[in-house]
Design a protein around this ligand. Structure first.
Ligand SMILES: O=C(O)c1ccccc1N[C@@H]1O[C@H](COP(=O)(O)O)[C@@H](O)[C@H]1O
Length: 213
């Protein structure tokens, strides 16, 4: 079965159209002010008002309830992605309160890091394995860095999961082959510069991911 694809950090209509036309199953909006891809709740609501048939994901980093309330009162998100140091207890509460799917990001460098996902299996719908941010990075993700995919080879995750970190149209097929990832997530790899998506790169990425054996 072809891998599912999430295009993250969307902030303009052209890029959203490119993701939908290419066949991405998930589109992501970043609600983290420090990110060059950040959108406000109002912008995301406007951008997504006519979008149907895909899973709309909101990316947050240690958000407080006020931010979650603000965003979810403006638009219907299907999934909330948490890229900070949120605890299983916090995510269990959020999932129950907001009634949406929840995805927890686990930063990975070595095989030992995979154990950090275990406490979340009972309380989230998805796990996303992403590269650890480089030392001194401003962002916990979206840094265009990969990790050693072989740490996921043969790994059995009891919940649906995605792979992220430095993926591009040139390496995504190999990443899927090595890890067996059922879904992949990309931001930097489909941009012409940080915060500016390239529709042609989006199309190429989705095609490469979908054609991976
Ligand atoms: O994209 C961002 O700006 C961002 C900010 C804060 C946390 C995560 C962020 N992006 C996510 O990071 C991974 C990997 O991104 P990349 O493809 O290496 O650029 C992905 O899940 C992005 O959605």
């Amino acid at each position: 079965m072809a891998a599912q694809v999430k295009i993250c950090g969307l902030n303009d209509e052209e890029a959203i159209d490119a993701a939908l036309e290419a066949g991405a199953e998930f589109i992501g909006f970043v609600f983290y002010p420090k990110s060059p891809r950040a959108v406000s709740a109002e912008q995301a609501a406007e951008l997504s008002q006519f979008v149907e048939g895909v899973c709309k994901v909101g990316l947050f980093v240690d958000p407080d309830d006020a931010l979650l309330d603000e965003v979810t009162s403006h638009l219907r998100l299907d999934m909330l992605q948490f890229h900070g140091s949120e605890t299983p207890e916090r995510l269990a509460r959020v999932r129950a309160e907001y009634g949406v799917e929840v995805m927890k990001v686990i930063p990975v460098a070595t095989k030992d890091d995979l154990a950090a996902a275990e406490p979340f299996y009972e309380v989230v719908d998805w796990i996303l394995f992403d590269a650890k941010p480089p030392k001194g990075a401003d962002l916990p993700g979206g840094n265009a860095v990969s990790f050693d995919w072989s740490v996921l080879a043969g790994f059995k995750c009891p919940v649906p999961w995605m792979l992220a970190g430095g993926l591009t149209s040139a390496n995504v097929a190999e990443a899927i082959r090595v890890t067996g990832a059922p879904a992949v997530d990309v931001s930097s790899g489909v941009e012409e510069r940080p915060g500016v998506k390239d529709p042609a790169k989006i199309a190429a990425f989705v095609a490469a991911a979908k054609s991976a054996a």
